[in-house]
Design a protein around this ligand. Sequence first.
Ligand code: TYM
Length: 334
Amino acid sequence: MEKEKKILYSGMQATATLQLGNYLGALKNWVNLCDEYDCFFGIMDLHSLTVRQNPAEFRQNARKLYALYVAAGLDPEKNCIYYQSHVSGHAELGWILDCFTYMGELNRMTQFKDKSAKHADNINAGLYTYPVLMAADILLYQADVVPVGADQKQHLEITRDIATRFNNIYGDVFTIPEPYIGKTGARIMSLQDPTKKMSKSDENINSTILLLDDRDSIIRKFKKAVTDSEAIVRYGDDKPGISNLMNIYSTITGKTNEEIEREFEGRGYGDFKLAVGECVADELAPIQKRYEELMADKAYLNNCIKENADKARYFSNKTLRKVQKKVGLTEQIR
Ligand code: TYM
């Protein structure tokens, strides 16, 4: 890898297929940024264990996620795309950083509070220390920038706090990462309840556009999207449904809100919803086609998975060894 480029790190959980928010808030930005940086993209399967998984489905979902990353435009020969669990350094650094993280800090994490409420029967310690493992992911690769959706901002802040605390004690060990949160697309809301973020675990299937939904389903879901009775395409806090659709349309077409308002002036919501549905379906169609091809080519994906795990292990080991030495763990006698 060329040393002069800065390092970009990001990843997604390996649960179920991706939804439009994952794509517009994160994956699309990764594709746009990947030529500018040396990139590492993780399939965050260890993080997914915080929620009970069906093992066979889980393995399949992780592979689908790998194929979707590539199908969306991340070249696995130029970017290091790998499974988190294939690099043991994540868990090892995670433990060390647990010892540099205060419970008071973890208690403040809104995602922990939300997830505990959602999975009240399984509030495990992994859910609690989830942000520390995420900090380890990022710091292990000395990432300069981490492109994520708005919901991950707090996790980036704690990552920076942990890294700064560690550096203050041991010298400049970690690069302090900057979040990259897109101007549009960083917070895509549910189509059925636009005050709630779009999420793959939503019980109402009409709330969420899945990346593998067919064209008809996409258009149907947009037609059913909850809006308001004003019948004017206008952006505003008082119009969360229409504003969310405008945000989606703007992220894909690059048009500003003013341009969109002008385009749909005097036209009803029906026309606007159809236009949004069509532009999403058009954006996803080539990704879906490439995804099917990749899923059929087992040998190619397996080879990418293996080679990139080797690369990630090699790169991350440098940071891990440095950290182990700094904290005073005894070097192995070889
Ligand atoms: P995850 O798997 O929940 O989401 C993956 C990415 O998608 C973004 N996202 C959204 N963006 C806009 N609108 C939405 N409705 C929406 N829903 C999800 C998320 O912000 C995220 O960028 N903790 C991370 C995974 C992770 C990670 C990391 C990320 C683990 N280690 C290291 C970056 C760096 C997560 O749960 O993402």
